[in-house]
Design a protein around this ligand. Structure first.
Ligand code: C2E
Ligand code: CA
Ligand code: CA
Ligand code: CA
Length: 282
């Protein structure tokens, strides 16, 4: 066992060193990317499940790297969280998303829109200027607080009293709070009772189970979450809807809204403007 352990370390080490170098490179390149404006946002429609109409979007960041092409968030968000760049990056995302949503709201085709989702990392929530950053982004873009949905995870909420105070301050500001990847954590239930949440986003893994048809467990979770939300007066968004079977079951279960490739892929602002116009029948 000892020999095997040593052998695997020998095999593992070059790969680990490569990964560490990669992270260092991604980190320094990310700082330049911010300055060179290589980052942009895509917007994924959120639809009312009863009417099928677009009520809002989730903003998702993309990195157009000059050599490596389009870099997906899992390849750089975790690095940015570790080296702290997520704070300026997230500040940029927030302003960009608020400004774009305010433009859509000002158009006739944006009349039915209710909110824009912005993902927020725990590192941002720990930043003492976060509430001031949000307030300034809203003031500068003219977006009303109720139109902004900050998506946070369970581990963020459980981070500690500072983050919890920040979440309460944001809620008092009138911003909506969504609990992302809901159902995957340990203490989901007690969490929504103890914190001022407005929206529960059912994690894609539970929606995936519905397609299999035979997974009673995951369908039961989807059902329980819908029931819990109804009892507490919370909105629900089912994430990662890819087929009509999932759409039908989640609508039956009473989910307020849905998101997923079936209902719309994430797309850049210009395409999204065109989509809104098309759906408004312009
Ligand atoms: P998330 O917040 O759970 O976002 C949903 C992810 O699921 C997105 O991946 C979206 O493109 C993908 N998705 C949506 N519908 C479907 C579907 O029907 N099928 C499948 N297979 N996937 C679907 P994306 O854009 O790669 O983002 C991954 C994660 O990166 C996000 O997960 C979020 O945690 C993080 N992220 C993205 N943008 C930001 C950002 O601006 N700030 C922060 N802090 N994190 C971000
Ligand atoms: Ca999210
Ligand atoms: Ca999610
Ligand atoms: Ca409904």
């Amino acid at each position: 066992a000892k020999a095997a352990g040593k052998a695997s370390w020998v095999l593992f080490e070059p790969r680990m060193r490569r990964e560490l170098m990669d992270h260092a490179r991604v980190g320094s390149e990310l700082l330049l990317a911010l300055e060179r404006e290589e980052l942009f946002l895509v917007y994924q429609p959120v639809r009312d499940l009863d009417t099928g109409r677009i009520t809002g979007f989730e903003s998702l960041v993309r990195w157009q790297h000059p050599e490596r092409g389009l870099v997906p968030p899992p390849a750089f968000i975790p690095v940015a969280e570790r080296n702290g760049l997520i704070v300026p990056l997230g500040r940029w995302v927030l302003r960009e998303a608020c400004a774009q949503f305010a433009r859509w709201l000002a158009e006739p085709s944006g009349a039915g829109l209710t909110g824009i989702g912005v993902n927020v990392a725990v590192r941002q929530l720990r930043d003492p200027t976060f509430v001031a950053d949000v307030t300034a982004a809203l003031a500068d873009t003219g977006l009303r607080p109720a139109h902004l949905i900050l998506e946070v995870t369970e581990s963020s909420v459980l981070d500690g009293p500072d983050v919890q105070a920040t979440l309460r301050a944001l809620h008092e500001l009138g911003v909506q709070l969504a609990l992302d990847d809901f159902g995957t954590g340990q203490s989901s239930l007690s969490l929504v009772r103890a914190f001022p949440m407005d929206i529960l986003k059912l994690d894609k893994s539970f929606v995936d189970g519905i397609a299999d048809g035979d997974d009673r467990g995951r369908l039961a979770v989807a059902d329980a979450v819908a029931g819990l939300a109804a009892t507490l007066g919370l909105q629900t968004v089912a994430e990662g809807i890819e087929d009509v079977e999932q759409l039908a079951r989640l609508t039956e279960l009473g989910y307020t809204s849905g998101q997923g490739y079936l209902l719309g892929r994430p797309a850049p602002a210009a395409d999204t403007t065109a989509l809104l116009a098309r759906e408004a029948g312009e």
